[in-house]
Design a protein around this ligand. Structure first.
Ligand SMILES: [Zn+2]
Length: 72
């Protein structure tokens, strides 16, 4: 199962707790609570767990909407 399939599956599960949620992660939909680390990329809130598991390719293509092109 690739990473984005895992994210898609996680997306369908309800968040564990919204009690102290400040944001929710755009990729896994987990709550980002007070004190949790996150990054804001191009307006998207991404939790530190997703950030750690993204490849550079996924970050560039899936998150930042860059395109991979062939040279020449
Ligand atoms: Zn996440």
């Amino acid at each position: 199962m690739d990473h984005f399939t895992a994210i898609e599956n996680a997306w369908l599960e309800p968040p564990q707790s919204l009690a102290e949620a400040v944001y929710s992660c755009e990729l896994c939909n987990e709550a980002v609570c007070a004190g949790d680390f996150y990054i804001e990329l191009d307006g998207l809130i991404i939790c530190i767990d997703c950030l750690d598991s993204l490849t550079a390719r996924e970050l560039a293509v899936e998150v930042l909407n860059n395109k991979i092109t062939a040279a020449g």
